[in-house]
Design a protein around this ligand. Sequence first.
Ligand code: HEC
Length: 466
Amino acid sequence: MTISTIFLLIIIIYIINGSYQKQNDLTKEIIITKAKALFEAMKYTRKWNSSMGGIYVKDGINPDVKPNPYLKNNYIKSKNNKTLIYINPAFMTRQISDLTKEADFSYKITSLNPINPNNLPTEFEKRALKYLSLNLKEAYYYEFIDNKLNFIGGLKIENSCLECHSEYKIGEIRGGISVNIDISDEIIKMDDIKGSKNLLYIIIITIILILLIRLYMFLNRINADKKKQENILIQQSKMASMGEMIGVIAHQWKQPLNALSLINYDIKDAYEFRDLNEEYMNKSIEKSNFQIEFMSKTIDDFRNFFKPSKEKKTFSAKSAILDILNILNSQFKKSDIEIKIETKENNDKIYGFENEFKQAVLNILNNAKDTILSQKKKKLLDSGVIEILIEKNDLNLNIKFIDNGGGIPDDIIKNLFTPYITTKGNEGTGIGLYISKIIISNISGKIRAYNLKNGACFEITLPFIK
Ligand code: HEC
């Protein structure tokens, strides 16, 4: 559940990020295209100048235009003695660049080996020019550094250039023009988009978190409802066994009651034969107290068992099982079923509700008893045996209940611990084992059943408690 939500979240973030990235790339693409167009325009303007062998402009019109010191014969006089200044392409580039600064772009002419030291390349320009002179097929070179476009277009030597740059060969890269475009507007726009992207993240994450919390609360409520339902079921099943239990009490009391009435009869006899001295009296009282104590203990055991446990505590598995065996003793004796209990470990601690654990054990034992009895009825078995083994390994405490009742049919064993499955034909609802399972899982344990040679084994595995 949570994993799939996180997965969904990652996909959403991935998509948003992807579209942001695309937008970012597109913006960069537009800026690059603009730089290329500006460079090409300048290249052809220069080419025009070069193809004219340089051009002449009137002196005095623009006070900044002075004869270029790097040119020989950098001005001429006209017939009417006006001065005409010689303008080479590089000079013109600078002039135009001065004008375009009003717009959001400018040019700089540069070379690795400039005639004019003002044309010395920057670090980026050096890198770019080296790259372009090694890769003659490439017309441009650019890098985005700190959200800025650094762009350069290469200038190839043509025939017309040789007039002034005779030391170069045609096709060689003489230098380049870097185009500087102010992209602060685009950066602001992209920052805006980035801001909305992050806002979108926050909104989506918040929504998903809220949904998760609500889902969590919903599941919690369902769980609480389920727990309540289970508790009712556990208590109900305990009450259901009450009727049967009263029969057990009646049976357990039969003998001591008999004994008591015998003692009474004896006293009467002794009295009639004048044998009733103090010693006889005390002995009789002692005997009847013994029986009464036994009866009262039986009742206490039952009362304790039917009280719902109030709080979890640590208790011994063996003594809890012995308590339940005490209650069931007479009933199992009557059915001629022997119960053996064996503990390999002295540490058999369980943490949980003791009475509920007893109830789980009771259900398992009753189930085993019923299978054994039905086997007996079919004359498939002489005497029933239930073995209880308490073992421990590094992590767990294992309690095994092994009976010789012939085992559980394969079709039943799969859903043994679901409600309304029964191993006893139409006799029971089978709810008992289901309840045992609930109880055991409530104390972080597991219960499973499998067949052995002569019967079934019900195994409870509980986390080991120090
Ligand atoms: C009329 C003469 C003339 C012509 C034609 C000419 N140049 Fe130049 N070029 C110069 C002078 C002089 C400089 C250096 C002074 C300056 O910066 O103005 C220069 C500078 C340059 C520079 C800048 C680096 C440096 O050395 O300072 C480059 C690059 C360049 N020229 C390439 C070309 C190319 C390519 C052509 C042909 C399309 C060309 N030039 C045609 C005279 C010329």
